[in-house]
Ligand binder design. Sequence first.
Ligand code: NAD
Ligand code: UD1
Length: 333
Amino acid sequence: MNILLTGGAGYIGSHTAVALASAGHAVVLYDNFVNSSRSVLAALQTITGAQPVCIEADVRDTARLAEVLGSHSIDAVIHFAGLKAVGESIEKPVEYYSTNVQGTISLLQAMQATGLHSLVFSSSATVYGDPQYLPIDEAHPTSATNPYGRSKLHIEEILADCARSDASWRIACLRYFNPVGAHASGLIGENPNGMPNNLMPFVARVAAGRLPRLRVFGNDYSTPDGTGVRDYIHVMDLAEGHLAALDFLTHASGWHAINLGTGQGHSVLDMVRSFEAASGKTVPFDFAPRRPGDIAACYARVDKASDLLHWQARRDLATMCQSTWHHIQSSST
Ligand code: NAD
Ligand code: UD1
């Protein structure tokens, strides 16, 4: 199939481009590089052996999107393009709603104009808010506490309305848990600008000596070791989940919300220990107060992905840490 990846130059998009290319799909990236680097294109060429097709444009440019959908005979879209930093979304809500919500509406208009109805959307476990029970299944109530999370909820609802209005739509909202790790080549991975907000890139930079110490936000949660527990999923497993979702949409219509996680929770201290083992480095840390807005534990029930997509995560925590370490060493300057 010919697949358009909005935000395809980003962290998850670039890994998904590799998985799709290996499965024989033709991939078109569509990105404005607001949070990614053009150097990803050379890395993708090295990994896949083919020069990636990339359109540099904004997802809110509906006319350009429609033109690209038509001229590349696109069969399905995976919509990664969006802004994703929770703290920034509280400071700049208009930018977040514009890029995420308006961007999705623009994409839907372009798809409608070209008669295309197959869409995989990057949603997030953030739509579950503070978990009422664990593991979290897709029937868990949804809520949002910040503009980023609210933008994901609004988009999911808009997509559900589309599917209710027209039976031609085939939409999978993939609710990612905590994507980490990198492609085995080390050539692509997560490269946040400035200070990382998320745990894994922070731990990696401490191990590499680029940051002095990790602050562990809270050691008094009601979890086995008192630190926060999350469902970390290898980005290549996540990428393969998109491939499975595209296959699913070839025979399923309507709107589907599906968790992509491993079903396993790991604490901050588990992550530190695994990263130390993978890197052979020490990760010095201090306990610090809880981070505002954080939850104690969050991990997925993954039966729906297994039943509908015939997909499950295969890579373990050691592989997540080893690939992150390989990437940070390959990209260190
Ligand atoms: P990323 O920032 O690496 O990738 C997003 C890409 O979208 C970037 O390349 C960026 O340049 C592009 N983009 C942003 N605004 C655009 C616009 N207006 N027009 C065109 N391109 C635009 O992020 P990621 O981690 O790869 O996340 C991809 C998607 O998955 C996002 O929608 C994010 O909200 C969602 N998600 C990510 C995580 C995570 O932890 N990484 C978790 C849950 C959900
Ligand atoms: C973050 C996002 C969430 C997003 C998710 C997936 C926030 C507030 N939430 O959540 O919207 O869907 O990523 O990528 O940004 N930790 C430390 N020290 C650090 C960094 C993190 O102890 O320097 C701890 C956190 O307190 C948490 C765990 O590590 O217990 C994971 O944190 P993080 O990687 O930021 O992910 P989430 O909190 O799940």
